[in-house]
Design a protein around this ligand. Structure first.
Ligand SMILES: Nc1nc2c(ncn2[C@@H]2O[C@H](COP(=O)(O)OP(=O)(O)O)[C@@H](O)[C@H]2O)c(=O)[nH]1
Ligand SMILES: [Mg+2]
Length: 286
């Protein structure tokens, strides 16, 4: 059964069907719990609500309810300095958030952001065989690793973050979950916390080192490793605006890749009958 336009985030099957409709870019978000994956998804949506990002404008979404839910929580968390309510469920299937985006003079591109529990990914670092399950990564044009800036800048978790970030990518590459020639964006999150401490300089060096380690180890497997710094959901006292740096990441996700996902490469076996159901002309559902 395909849930047509329920508005909730999509499961793998429905996302795959939609991905065949238009030119698509698929992003797999990777990172431990609390790294900021859900906040990033919320901030992309929020950013586009304010108007075009550069020349990239919002042109629709089949997951509006899903976006509204994560944005509601993220806005409240940002205002009150409280943690998120809506958590990514551990052990759950990946879910996809969908945005249709239009740049001037170009065709609409569908962007799919895949999210799943950070603990699943941490599990993958221990158990390479499981990396094989991560279909949202295998089909991604850009895998995006989130590095928790708050943890990297503190003393309690610093060493763990420095160790786990490269390990996670290592496990996913070795397990075949990240395909060859994939791009990797490495994102330092919660930059408002980083810049608010006296450790900011050290944190930037640590982050650069993490990026360099990954790039060095996987230069033959990945087509590119690129760093980004964001504050998707900064605490209001920080003075940074919501979604700081997210525009650069969005532009990167949409930029042409050397091996964009083609429908046939997805290999999910979505039947043509299901494809018909999702064809743009849906009058039969009137
Ligand atoms: N200060 C700050 N906190 C953030 C930022 N982004 C996310 N958070 C907080 O970090 C926590 C984890 O974020 P979440 O997006 O749920 O992480 P996920 O588990 O990777 O999906 C939440 O309490 C967020 O409010 C940010 O840019 N700045
Ligand atoms: Mg989450």
């Amino acid at each position: 059964m395909i849930s047509l336009a329920s508005g909730e985030a999509l499961d793998t099957m429905n996302a795959a069907a939609l991905q065949r409709r238009l030119l698509s870019r698929v992003v797999g978000l990777v990172g431990p719990n609390n790294a900021g994956k859900t906040s990033l998804i919320a901030s992309v949506y929020d950013l586009l609500q304010e108007g075009p990002v550069g020349d990239i404008g919002f042109a629709g979404s089949t997951t509006l309810i899903g976006f509204e839910k994560v944005c509601h929580d993220a806005r409240a968390a940002s205002r009150r300095g409280l943690p998120h309510m809506e958590r990514t469920i551990v052990g759950a299937e990946a879910t996809f958030f969908h945005l249709d985006l239009k740049a001037e003079g170009q065709d609409v591109v569908s962007l799919f952001l895949g999210d799943r529990s950070g603990e699943d990914y941490l599990g993958a670092a221990d158990d390479v065989a499981r990396a094989d399950d991560f279909i949202e990564l295998r089909r991604a044009d850009t895998v995006t690793l989130l590095v928790n800036g708050e943890h990297l800048t503190g003393t309690e978790h610093r060493h763990e973050v420095r160790a786990v970030s490269p390990q996670l990518i290592e496990a996913l590459v070795e397990g075949g979950a990240i395909r060859e020639h994939c791009r990797l964006a490495v994102v330092l999150t919660k930059n408002d916390v980083v810049v608010g401490t006296t450790n900011a300089e050290r944190t930037r060096r640590d982050f650069a080192e993490i990026v360099a380690t990954i790039a060095e180890r996987h230069s033959s497997h990945l087509s590119e490793v690129k760093p980004f710094v964001i504050a998707a959901s900064p605490k209001s006292v920080s003075g940074l605006k919501r979604g700081d740096g997210v525009d650069n990441l969005l532009r990167y996700w949409l930029s042409p890749t050397c091996n964009s996902t083609s429908a046939s490469a997805i290999g999910l076996g979505v039947s043509s009958r299901m494809m018909d159901l999702l064809a743009p002309n849906q009058e039969s559902f009137g």
